[in-house]
Design a protein around this ligand. Structure first.
Ligand code: NIG
Ligand code: FE
Length: 418
């Protein structure tokens, strides 16, 4: 493979190197900005990031053997990382979108057998090939938006067989698609209709039958639960997450999304890697998350699409919570792959700065899926996941909002979008 020389970008921007922990407080607002910066990529890795004059002193004699990408007038960042998606699913729910626009709520629709239940039905009815193909296409779309690493949850099977099928598909996608995948088991996404009368029996099933098999298969690293009134109580959530910990699965929580339910507090109590959503998190819960270093994965696209108030991103950063951003890509509450748009919403709906949203969608997002040492920054020696954006500086990435500025994507040292 030829080396790649990204030449003289107007800005090369990103957290300079892994600090071993997600960024908090004022560090979230710091970026390393190299004007007229260049990147030399070789053997799939970032070899050197520096001002072009410096880089040419070191590599000038080898320019002829490299693939040269002229980046004048453009911006270079680390590949974006999406730490929360429901990537592997079948079907769409535009009918529910229309119902919500006519006054029904997300929870009304779910309680009437639609929502997550509708996608579960579609996913249970899909073959492994169909799931693979639909998800592969979504990953292509992610890549076109500059996203090079994606977390993917199961949770539309809610029986062992289909949950495992979703996780198998994610594994195969990880092998065959350029985007890197990180898998999460989410058997406790909702209580399926067959357990409606005895929800605890379903919790027992997740704990006694699903978790051991999933853990044994090695197909998931995280264990996530939808902790919400009418779905799983904090007590049930805690049981499932503690049981997962016994099997080495790291806890995550869909917390305080629709109603305040002490999800943030629970995330701190069980030592979750992240608590996600947090639209209705309490101040006390946020304080406890900051104390325990629980990452707040914020999903302003979901709030936008559900026409709800966004999480208090600004307040969480000021309180010391390491904040990450994600699409929540799923067919019900956020059918988008545009992490760049989510970053725009981070600024416009949650008061985050352009620097904060970039760190939230790179370095902190990588930490939220325990990939802080692999992805999310332009550290020399790392796998070369690099995006060139068609804007001259990182502020314009937010200022010219709603536009996909992605120009070129390099994944593990290969140009995959041009
Ligand atoms: O993150 N809240 C639960 N899960 C998803 C939605 C899944 C769906 O509606 O299909 C979420 O919003
Ligand atoms: Fe979600």
């Amino acid at each position: 493979m030829k080396p790649i020389y990204i030449r003289r970008a107007s800005q090369v921007v990103g957290a300079p190197k892994d600090t071993g922990a997600p960024l908090t407080k004022s560090a979230m607002n710091e970026l390393n900005v190299i004007e007229n910066g260049s990147v030399w990529i070789e053997d799939g890795k970032i070899k050197r990031v520096a001002h072009d004059d410096q880089l040419m002193k070191e590599f000038g004699s080898r320019v002829d053997e490299a693939e040269v990408i002229d980046a004048r007038g453009k911006l270079v960042t680390p590949g974006l990382v999406d730490p929360h998606t429901h990537l592997v699913h079948a079907g769409t729910r535009e009918n529910e979108f229309d119902m919500r626009l006519n006054g029904k709520t997300y929870m009304d629709i779910m309680n009437a057998g639609g929502g997550i239940h509708a996608t579960t039905k579609a996913t249970r009815g899909a073959s492994e090939e169909e799931l693979y193909e639909a998800s592969f296409e979504r990953l292509n779309q992610f890549l076109l938006h500059g996203v090079t690493t994606v977390e993917a949850k199961s949770g539309y099977g809610m029986n062992l067989e289909v949950e495992m099928r979703q996780l198998q598909v994610a594994r195969q996608l990880n092998e065959h698609h350029p985007v890197d995948l990180v898998s999460t088991f989410m058997g406790a996404h909702v209580v399926p209709p067959e357990y409606k009368e005895d929800k605890d029996a379903f919790v027992d099933l997740v704990i006694n039958e699903m978790l051991p098999e999933v853990a044994q298969s090695g197909l998931a690293e995280f264990n996530d639960v939808f902790c919400e009134r009418g779905v799983f109580t904090p007590e049930q959530t805690k049981r499932i997450l503690e049981a997962g910990k016994e099997y080495g699965l790291y806890p995550k929580i869909h917390a305080d999304e629709i109603e305040p339910y002490k999800g943030a507090e629970l995330a701190a109590e069980v030592g979750a890697v992240s608590a996600d959503h947090l639209l209705r998190a309490s101040d006390e819960g946020v304080r406890q998350m900051a104390d325990r270093g629980v990452i707040g994965v914020l999903l302003p696209g979901t709030a936008f699409f559900l026409m709800a108030d966004s999480a208090n991103g600004r307040g969480m950063i000021d309180a010391g919570v390491p904040v990450a951003l994600s699409t929540d890509c799923n067919p019900g509450s956020s059918p988008t792959v545009s992490l760049p748009l989510i970053m725009n919403l981070g600024c416009l709906k949650m008061g985050m700065t352009p620097a904060e949203v970039l760190n939230a969608a790179t370095v902190n997002a990588a930490h939220a899926i325990r990939r802080g040492n692999v992805a999310g920054c332009l550290q020399e020696g790392r796998q070369a996941d690099v995006v060139i954006h068609n804007t001259p500086n990182f502020m314009q990435l937010q200022y010219r909002y709603g536009v996909n500025h992605t120009d070129t994507v390099i994944k593990s040292g290969k140009v995959v979008v041009k």
